[in-house]
Ligand binder design. Structure first.
Ligand SMILES: [Fe+2]
Ligand SMILES: [Fe+2]
Length: 250
């Protein structure tokens, strides 16, 4: 697939002046809306997780991550605002998408997570995946404001991913391999489906316009290989998944 526009090709002014195809703006707005909502739901999950622990060190990290996820959401909503799209309008455009498997991980964190183990799994499912989506796809965006926001978010997501990896190892000591594996079985399909369906028309447009670099399926592969390494460090094996989207436990 040929990429038409290189990293950082356009600013909001270029779109306003009509220098770019209208369809580009439509695809960009949808992508940004999904990114913003995922950050906002992740923040809501961290807010929920504040009640999960009395441990001051963990409490501190939850508060830090919460602040950063809120900032990520604000950054992306600000990029949308510059395109004339309000937060309300952006969220409303995703009412149907929100029910899809690709939103199950952030929704589960925001709406249903119950305990510290869920927090660990949410971090594994959202911070590790976010790191890949943002680092591989959005950092190179042809839309310069998204690329700049991604650069800022990325540094913090790297820390969140390390937190997730550390928590995963500790969880095995704390809760035992069997309970962690059970939680992983619950969360892993959510995490992998977060990347979205492979080969969709929407992703095709995103890649052609330089708004994404790789297809969802390639990112999901990258995630699984990163996760497999992190799990091995914690003495756990990667559960088997069904091969087609939406993935389930095999
Ligand atoms: Fe984030
Ligand atoms: Fe994060």
């Amino acid at each position: 697939m040929r990429r038409e526009f290189g990293p950082g090709s356009f600013e909001a002014a270029d779109l306003r002046a009509g220098r770019v195809d209208r369809h580009y703006e439509k695809v960009l707005t949808r992508l940004l809306s999904a990114h913003a909502l995922a950050e906002k739901l992740t923040a809501a999950g961290y807010a929920r997780a504040q009640g999960f622990t009395d441990d001051p060190a963990l409490q501190h990290t939850i508060t830090k991550n919460l602040g950063e996820e809120r900032k990520h959401a604000r950054l992306i909503y600000a990029v949308l605002e510059e395109l004339g799209v309000s937060e309300t309008r952006a969220d409303r455009s995703l009412i149907t998408a929100l029910k899809a498997p690709s939103f199950a991980a952030p929704r589960h964190f925001a709406e249903a997570a119950r305990d510290e183990l869920d927090l660990v799994m949410a971090s594994v499912s959202l911070d590790m995946t976010g790191l890949i989506m943002i680092g591989v796809n959005y950092k190179e965006s042809s839309y310069a404001p998204h690329a700049r926001a991604a650069e800022i978010i990325l540094a913090e997501e790297e820390e969140h991913e390390l937190f997730a990896a550390g928590e995963l190892r500790e969880a095995v000591d704390h809760f035992g391999a069997e309970r962690v594996t059970r939680a992983l079985h619950e969360w892993l399909p959510y995490a992998v489906n977060f990347f979205g369906p492979p080969g969709s028309g929407f992703t095709h447009d995103c890649i052609r316009y330089g708004l994404k670099v790789r297809d969802n399926a390639e990112l999901a592969e990258l995630y699984l290989s990163l996760l497999e390494r992190r799990l091995a460090q914690a003495g756990l094996a990667l559960p088997l998944l069904t091969p087609t989207y939406p993935h389930e436990l095999a």
